[in-house]
Design a protein. Structure first.
Lengths: 598, 341
């Protein structure tokens, strides 16, 4: 038997891995992916270093606190011990080497971290518009700059029994903006959750599934009053779907939409919030509304008079409105809506929506801005709707007594082509007029759309993409593997996978610990233990030294017992390599006696 | 199933392999010229990541990109730590070879002292030493081929001699192939290696082949051709010297005087004058090719030397080696056989 085949001493990684598994119970580590950490530990015990590294890499991106970070650093230490270039080195040597490597890589870590910090990657103040899509504030220009963004926003598949829908029916509500400071429309931050399920008897139910692309946002989109059964998603009274986990990955959720309820009393707070306008701003608009109000007493008549004003007077719907003459650093001082209504008369949907809401509020009608998407492309192959970022839109909702909230879209009056024919048709017309704001990719897309057959190719590709996602996710928007999870939950066995993995870990760990002890004969174990004790006194076995020579050398260091050491060596080598079966107890007694003399 | 094509492909592969290794050898000869003593340095150390190292470096970079995209500072630090360990491995691995001193064991002799027969293992000794008192070298692997590497470790300032074996497959002066010194210290992410040529040589004697001298000639009197017996006419046993006593020597031959002088147990050696002195030549084995004749001659040299007979040798194209006795004479004869061309 070659002594080098066995690592010297006990393997420390195995108990450490078992302890690391137990540590997962700690509250600070409970959010960590046990389905990655436990396999990583199993691989560590089994010495599958590369696989353990892959699992560790996958788990590290879940680290969110410094406590979990130090836990993963500990796992990295275990991995480095396992990766030691001499697999037969003792655990102490492996640990020392691993610690040394971690220590000396700290300067490199600092350099790399400084580079990352210098790159400003962590600055959350500069999220690019293309990353956020529709944002939770609306300023002039915030929607129109999405026109050049040809990225996918979402795909929607309606249930089979749905009546035929037209693009003008599809107003994908995202956020409701109620606060206005004279320049920016923003959300009212207090959410009032409506936890009631969708009314069962509502007429005109629409059922569909939305596959939303990730835009690092906390809200989802739906038509009219939307209800979803997606977990961790709540419905606000204003009809927003708010989720508590940021949309980082493509999500798929079922929605049931109903028309807004008719008899809806308006709460005092909400009424006040939806009537608030900045004091002293836009005096010309206020005057004009005052005179209009004297003509129309009825709220709805007043609203349609304003909309008619948009369509009859010379208002232009354009992506590049003439910039306001003096952009003031302090918002609220500039009479932005006065400028728009009486001077420039050019704007995109956000200008019209903002102005209309302001005018309605000035006339005493509760009104609010809604941002989201409008329309979409119908794909005849799979029968779903595809909504792109350039479909971003803003419109108005006004509350009439006895009717409730009603949607008013000034864009439909100013530029009916955009709503009726779709965004692409309107953009094509714009591109003919002035193509200065459309970027190259958009113009290319419009040019291609005119090529016969291109639309079909685009539809096919889109359908293929969508079918692929349908294949991955089940009807509830979960990954297909979660079918099994659901089944397990039904059976009351939610924790079965973690228990199975833990049992496997325990089995592998105990087996490895046991076998490292018992693979040697008792006499050889005795000798290895003795060797460990002697090593502390710098008398350990040298490479290529036989047991006999080793014992003789030890004897030469303590001449008083030299003969006894030699005879112990003979006994050991005879017991280890000789034909008979030796009684270890005799040798053990001798070893103990000799160790005392050292 | 076109076997011809397969054969041709195999031939092409072999050709490329030979071509490539020849190119590599030429390049190495320029880069690491053969010397008897070498201290490893930048010029002679090569380093590349192992497969595991590639996976670790790549994986750590991927995790770092994800951490940056997710704006997760903890994951960024951890991935930076992994990347740092990977990059540090490069330095530690290189340091584990650089400065190591390698020397051939007996490089200064004009003819190597190492001797062996064809088919035996030629043994070379390399001594490694760590020059700096503070620097140790761990987990080095040393050998001639990738499959026969031996583990070596060096304490700070220590030195170690390593015996390396190669099967001797032809007679003559056998030059050892280039050494491989390799290390994957500390975590197996990088492999640093060097290919020093320490000019180690070994003299390989022909493999002895059992054969009989032609009986006719062995009894025949001396002649101009064939084996000659140089007969000493004195008719007495000549004392030629003392040698160490070996078990089995006749007790009458023991040199008691020498023992009395305290020189230990010695045996007197005599040459029986009647016993002929033998001159071996190529012509003793007609009808065989030169290598076989050399093998037979080797066998005869060993046989006669063991039985204590004086033997000489005459090889074609070279001078006559006068008959003689003893170990040194045997090696002289065998060396002549090994180096004959």
């Amino acid at each position: 038997m070659d002594l080098r085949l066995m690592p010297a001493g006990q393997d420390l990684v195995i108990p450490a891995a078992l302890c690391a598994a137990i540590l997962l119970i700690l509250p600070a580590l409970q959010t960590q992916p046990w389905w990655l950490v436990l396999p990583c530990l199993i691989c560590l015990i089994l010495r599958w270093r590369t696989l353990a590294f892959v699992f560790l890499c996958a788990a590290i991106s879940y680290a969110d606190t410094w406590a979990t970070g130090s836990y993963y650093a500990g796992l990295l230490l275990l991995l480095l011990m396992r990766m030691h270039s001499d697999p037969l080195a003792g655990s102490a040597a492996q640990l020392a080497s691993a610690l040394r490597q971690l220590f000396w890589s700290l300067p490199l870590l600092v350099i790399i971290a400084l580079l990352a910090v210098g790159a400003g990657w962590s600055d959350p103040r500069t999220p690019s518009q293309s990353m956020t899509g529709v944002s939770d504030t609306m300023t002039p220009g915030s929607v129109s700059e999405l026109v050049n963004d040809g990225d996918l926003a979402m795909r929607v598949m309606f249930a089979e029994s749905t009546p035929v829908l037209q693009p003008e029916d599809l107003y994908w509500r995202g956020l409701v903006l109620e606060n206005f400071d004279g320049h920016t429309w923003s959300r009212h931050d207090r959410l009032q959750f409506d936890l009631a399920p969708a009314p069962a008897l509502a007429a005109q139910r629409l059922q569909y599934r939305v596959t939303l692309e990730p835009r690092r946002q906390f809200w989802l989109y739906g038509l009219h009053q939307a209800y979803t059964s997606r977990p961790q998603t709540y419905r606000d009274e204003r009809g927003m779907l708010i989720t508590s986990d940021m949309v980082r990955q493509r999500v798929r959720y079922p929605v049931t939409s109903i028309e807004p309820p008719v008899d809806m009393a308006l709460d005092g707070d909400i009424r006040q919030r939806n009537l608030a306008v900045p004091a002293r701003a836009n005096p010309r608009t206020r005057d004009w509304i005052g005179s209009l109000r004297s003509q129309y007493v009825d709220d709805q008549a007043l609203a349609s008079a304003i909309l008619r004003h948009f369509s009859e007077e010379a208002f232009y719907y354009t992506l590049t409105p003439t910039p306001s003459p003096t952009p003031s650093p302090t918002p609220g001082q500039v009479d932005q809506i006065d400028d728009f209504l009486f001077d420039s008369r050019e704007g995109y949907c956000e200008h019209y929506a903002g102005a209309l809401t302001f005018m309605l509020r000035a006339a005493g009608i509760p009104a609010r801005v809604v941002v989201g998407y409008q329309g979409g492309d119908f794909n005849p192959i799979t029968g779903h709707w595809t909504v792109y970022q350039y479909n971003a839109h803003a419109w108005v909702e006004a509350w009439y007594p006895g009717t409730g909230w009603k949607r008013l879209d000034p864009t439909a009056w100013v530029a009916p082509d955009r709503i009726l024919l779709g965004m692409d048709a309107w953009l094509a017309a714009v591109a003919d007029r002035n193509d200065s704001t459309l970027d190259r990719a958009t113009r290319q897309r419009l040019w291609l759309a005119a090529v016969p057959g291109y639309q079909r190719v685009r539809d096919s590709l889109d359908a293929a993409h969508y079918s692929w996602h349908l294949g991955i996710y089940d009807s509830e928007g979960n990954l297909r593997t979660e079918d099994l999870n659901d089944w397990l939950t039904e059976q009351g066995l939610d924790d079965l996978p973690v228990w199975l993995l833990a049992a496997l870990l325990l089995f592998v760990g105990l087996r490895a610990m046991w076998s490292s002890r018992t693979r040697q004969s008792p006499v050889m174990q005795l000798y290895l233990r003795l060797d460990g004790r002697l090593r502390r006194r710098q008398l350990g076995r040298r490479q290529h030294e036989t047991i006999l020579a080793h014992m003789a050398r030890v004897g030469s260091h303590c001449p008083a017992h030299a003969a006894q050491w030699r005879s112990l060596g003979e006994m050991l080598s005879l017991a280890a390599y000789g034909p008979g079966v030796a009684d270890p107890s005799v040798i053990r007694g001798k070893v103990r006696g000799l160790l005392k003399t050292l | 199933m076109d076997t011809g094509l397969r054969q041709r492909a195999a031939g092409l592969k072999q050709y490329w392999h030979a071509h490539w290794s020849a190119r590599q050898a030429r390049w190495l000869a320029r880069r690491v010229p053969p010397v008897t003593q070498l201290q490893l340095s930048q010029k002679t150390i090569f380093i590349l990541p192992t497969l595991q190292g590639v996976i670790v470096g790549f994986g750590a970079s991927i995790v770092m990109v994800i951490a940056i995209a997710e704006r997760n500072p903890v994951a960024l630090m951890l991935s930076a730590l992994m990347l740092g360990v990977f990059l540090l491995g490069l330095i530690l691995c290189y340091r584990n070879l650089s400065g190591l001193r390698l020397a051939a064991h007996d490089a200064d002799d004009p003819l190597p002292r190492r001797r062996c027969f064809v088919g035996d293992t030629a043994r070379y000794t390399v001594s490694l030493s760590a020059p700096a008192r503070s620097r140790s070298y761990q987990n080095l692997w040393l050998g001639f081929t990738a499959n026969t590497l031996q583990p070596v470790s060096l304490a700070p300032g220590g030195d170690v001699e390593v015996n390396l074996n190669v099967t001797a497959d032809r007679r003559g002066l056998l030059t050892a192939p280039r050494l491989i010194v390799r290390t994957r210290y500390p975590a197996g992410l990088w492999q640093a290696w060097s290919r020093p040529d320490l000019l180690m040589r070994c003299l390989v004697y022909p493999r002895p082949q059992a054969c009989l001298l032609p009986p006719l000639i062995s009894t025949a009197p001396a002649g101009d051709h064939g084996r000659q017996r140089l007969v000493n006419q004195a008719g007495m046993d000549d004392f030629i010297g003392l040698r160490d006593y070996q078990p089995g020597d006749s007790i009458r031959r023991v040199a008691w005087q020498a023992l009395a002088r305290g020189q230990g147990l010695k045996t007197k050696q005599f040459v029986r004058d009647a016993e002929p002195q033998i001159l071996l030549t190529f012509e003793d084995f007609p009808g065989r090719d030169a290598e076989t004749i050399l093998a037979c001659l080797c066998f005869q040299v060993l046989k006669f030397n063991r039985s204590g007979q004086a033997i000489g040798l005459r090889l074609p194209g070279e001078g006559v080696i006068r008959p003689g006795y003893g170990e040194a004479h045997k090696h002289r004869l065998l060396q002549a056989l090994a180096l004959w061309t």
